[in-house]
Write a protein that binds this ligand. Sequence first.
Ligand SMILES: [Zn+2]
Length: 471
Amino acid sequence: MEIKEWLQSHREEMIGDVMELTAIESVSRPGEGGFPFGSGCRKVLHRALVLVERYGLEAENLEDYCGSAVLKGKSGREIGFFSHLDVVPEGKGWEKTKPYEPIIENGWIYGRGSADNKGPAVAVLYALRYLKESGISLKHTLRQFYGCDEERGMKDAEYYLQHRKPPVFSLVPDCAFPVCIGEKGKLRIVCEGKLSDKVFLLRGGDGENSVPEKAEIVLDGLHEEELEELKGSCPHFIRIGEENEKIKVETFGRAAHAAQPEDGESAVVLLARFICDCGLLEESDCETFRFLWEAFPDAYGKGLGVECEDELSGRLTAVGSSLQLKDGGVRLCIDIRCPVTADLQEVEVKARQVVEGYGWRICELVQNPGYYRRDGGDCRSDVGRAVSRLTDICQEVYGRTFAPYCMGGGTYARKLPNAFGYGPGLSFQKKPCPPGHGKGHQPDECVYVENLLYAAEIYVKAILMLDEMLE
Ligand SMILES: [Zn+2]
């Protein structure tokens, strides 16, 4: 049967599989329950491997760190697909459904992980299943990797690479079509500022790679009149109230992936600015808070002195992502993504100076280099040819023009040799949701079933092309 027809006849089954995996809460929590990334990740991995076996593929489980679906070819040389089954925390503001109670509406499946990355993982699985059921024989062995720690630290892929050889060529279905040939380098800075004992609670954001959607602070020193006055004057995104005879201030921004901060608005910055302006803070605390809004007037690193951009990957982005009270001080995590041609080291030195200049102490600093495959754009190299043919396949299936690109998101591609991001999202497609909703890492995350069907078709064609073209 032709792939298109086969996919249409398996549409409902595919939707069922995506919903089944999306219903499992699988945030990576190392060590929880005695499992490498916690019981939720173990559960989703086991459930996926049940599907793998049901569809006649070989299932492998690497000690619950990660697993694979394998379709043996004539040689042991592998073509890989790297998917992940862990998700980011559910966050707030879900309207369509509860994060782990997936629903389908007008062809869109809603639920945490539906788009990032469980739906795409199922699309790849169906591509493999189709090849298996059609009895098409391949030179290469196909491997679909299922990771359980992509969103937190990619320790799953590291574990895999410590124990197994990577495929000769890999695709990572965790971005947009056509082909991603570069990812920005990442800099993660955790820093601490001093606070007085007047601050009882401080919290903002719940993921390290998201623009915080909500922030809150609880302060000592409640004066009823002052409070009433403040309440009267504050804008709609701020809520002021009392809690156990203390003042509680909450701010509401808009969540977004830290790689696309232009979609979001930081509740932490809103909180810091408001709380400094309204005179509720001690002088010394105000100094500490000043950093939180002065260093992040926009999401492009201006306040940190690290603004830069290149034509390939766009502007540097910098987000103060999660904020919490820690040992009497305040701890902030900063997520910086540098253009592919920028020098990560240089950015680190500059940012460090600014952070420390505000009197904050740096407690952790991790460089996570991106990648840029120069030969991806060179049609004389094998890799370049593969990239251009992978792009052609997208054009053929979608009937429109595509061009390879670089991005701010980080995927397994940076951990692997000869690896490229490959779909299944579409940069031109609008989600049927208000701003701040619908994308990966946002509330009401959703995926379009039709896209998954197209993706599975593209993956089948890509496998056949690569199998012939690669050694
Ligand atoms: Zn992802």
